[in-house]
Design a protein around this ligand. Sequence first.
Ligand code: PGA
Length: 249
Amino acid sequence: MSRKHIIIGNWKMYKNMEDTKIFLNQFSKLIKGKVIKCDYGIAASYTNLPVLKLNQFHNLIIAAQNCHYEPEGAFTGEVSIKMLKDINVSHVVIGHSERRMYFTETNEAINKKLHALFNANMIPVLCCGESDSEYEAKKTNDIIKNQILLALAGIKSQHVTKLIIAYEPIWAIGTGKTASAVEAQTVCKMIRDYITELYDENTAQKVRIQYGGSVKPENIKSFLEQPDIDGALVGGASLQAESFLGLLV
Ligand code: PGA
């Protein structure tokens, strides 16, 4: 089964509106005349999403970095899925390790967000990954299976086929350390096998699985060559237009 690669830049809490306009301007110039075969997008802060919507030059997927699962209500500081849809957001990163770590995002909340997003016809990019100590203790498979099992509770296979999973070992995020391509492939295959176990082979073959953690233009090819890696979620190397374009191989 051939799955189209998808590269998503995760801008985290970087860039203001002016920076975003400058990026788009540079990126539009750089991408002109180039044939890009993969899907690609940027997950930006809420305040930058309307600026990304203004870009008319390319097929940029606009992604948010979080959302609330309730349609509306007294949730000060939160953003609803409808608010995101209004400004052309189609994908939402869910359960990034920084949100799990610093904002106590639980697997239960992640599961509710997945249900709400699929019900709204949006695509979640579900992040999973093990910490340094879990990696050292060889607990990677158990940790990730548990994250996936809890995130997907009650989600139907017709929705799972649209899901994007980002495998991001926490020890590789922003550290310059990467999993080797073979190591990343092993975990991504384990994830696909687990989806087969939970659903079926056909569903598992449709899920796109990204690797994330210190991916750069210089190393992205080695990951994308792997049969079960269908793209990348990229932080640092997505912030500059030239470097972002270098990821769209
Ligand atoms: P990094 O971040 O590419 O800077 O390691 C990846 C991520 O957090 O999604």
